[in-house]
Design a protein around this ligand. Structure first.
Ligand code: TYM
Length: 331
């Protein structure tokens, strides 16, 4: 079993990234062969200031390590450090169909109304993602719920490649690892929008790097309604902000939504929010502290990533070599 996942260095790491992805990485590294990359080539599908991109690449690496990914166990690297990703992505560009990419909702969201002005890279973004995964023949990909459609595309590309080139089972049908608490954390300001680093409201996200006071303030300001917490799950229907806060509490405490409701049933947010804020600070602050320590030493992070890229490159180069032969390229 092989695991691969990636995060874009395009903004601060938040609670959604942690619960939907990074926390799973930490668990999986003990059982599987894991590859965790910082997908800098995906980040430049929209404009990135070069100095900031470098800084943010270190930020994501620091989040991986700060949360507990062990670079001795898992391979931690930067995507651009392994050229095989781009090579395979080109071949996959010739396998994937325009119609498949036209259905991708993330492109529609990110390109906005004026899609003529979006980069070509933004359009073929999911093809590069499929290359990230399949260049390691990864069997499992831990991600949040928003990546479901991209992972389906990766399966379609794998199947079409295997079929077109008569290479049965060459690429695996990768399984997404999405389920579980925290797969879809919503904005603290609007329960219908996912928590996102590009949200214009600074109170929408708890960032892993936020200090304890900031976390407390953001949780206290989180949008809620005037009703006390219900005793049953049914009572969370039509209360998206409340459901989100209960979900965050459950995910961070390792308990179920039902258990949290049993504990807080009938209590108001004057009781629930401080308890949630304490829990978020308890779980997140140590990671933020470790991230700050690591980010102060970019040379160390660079060393980890370079070594990781070298290890990853050996596996990825082998796949590309086989693919070139299958496709009919000269050696
Ligand atoms: P990105 O950088 O947007 O997000 C990184 C990871 O965090 C998860 N996530 C969330 N989970 C729960 N609630 C949220 N509000 C939330 N917001 C983000 C994402 O699902 C993701 O797991 N396309 C990918 C990066 C990528 C990739 C890959 C992932 C490139 N190549 C190969 C897996 C395998 C992305 O933009 O993630």
């Amino acid at each position: 079993m092989r695991v691969l996942s990636g995060i874009q260095p395009s903004g601060g790491m938040h609670l959604g990234n942690y619960l939907g992805a990074i926390r799973k990485f930490v668990e999986l590294q003990h059982q599987y062969d894991c590859h965790f990359c910082v997908v800098d080539m995906h980040a430049i599908t929209v404009w990135q200031d070069p100095a900031k991109l470098r800084e943010q690449t270190f930020h994501i690496a620091a989040a991986y390590l700060g949360a507990g990914v062990d670079p001795e166990k898992a391979i931690v690297f930067h995507q651009s450090g392994v050229h095989a990703h781009a090579e395979l992505a080109w071949i996959f560009n010739c396998v994937a169909r325009l119609g498949w990419l036209d259905r991708m909702t993330q492109f529609k969201d990110k390109a906005g109304k004026d899609k003529q002005r979006a980069s070509v890279g933004l359009y073929t973004y999911p093809v590069l993602q499929a290359a990230d995964i399949l260049v390691y023949k990864a069997t499992h990909v831990p991600v949040g719920d928003d990546q479901k459609q991209h992972l389906e595309l990766s399966r379609d590309i794998a199947a079409k490649f295997n079929h077109d080139f008569d290479a049965e089972n060459f690429f695996p049908q990768t399984e997404p690892l999405i389920k579980g608490p925290g797969a879809r954390i919503m904005s603290l300001r609007d329960g219908s929008k996912k928590m996102s680093k590009s949200d214009p409201s600074e109170n929408a996200c708890v960032f892993l790097a936020d200090d304890a006071d900031t976390i407390m303030k953001k949780i206290k300001k989180a949008k809620t309604d005037p009703e006390p917490l219900p005793s049953e799950l049914d009572g969370l229907k039509d209360r998206p902000e409340t459901a989100n806060l209960v979900g965050i509490y459950a995910a961070l405490s390792g308990r179920t939504d039902e258990e949290i409701l049993r504990e807080f049933a009938g209590k108001g947010f004057g009781v629930f929010k401080p308890a949630l804020a304490d829990l978020v600070v308890e779980k997140i602050s140590p990671i933020g502290g470790e991230m700050r320590r690591l980010e102060a030493d970019p040379a160390y992070l660079q060393k980890i990533m370079t070594a990781g890229a070298e290890r990853a490159g050996i596996i990825a180069d082998q796949t590309v070599k086989e693919v070139k032969e299958i496709v009919g390229f000269l050696a």
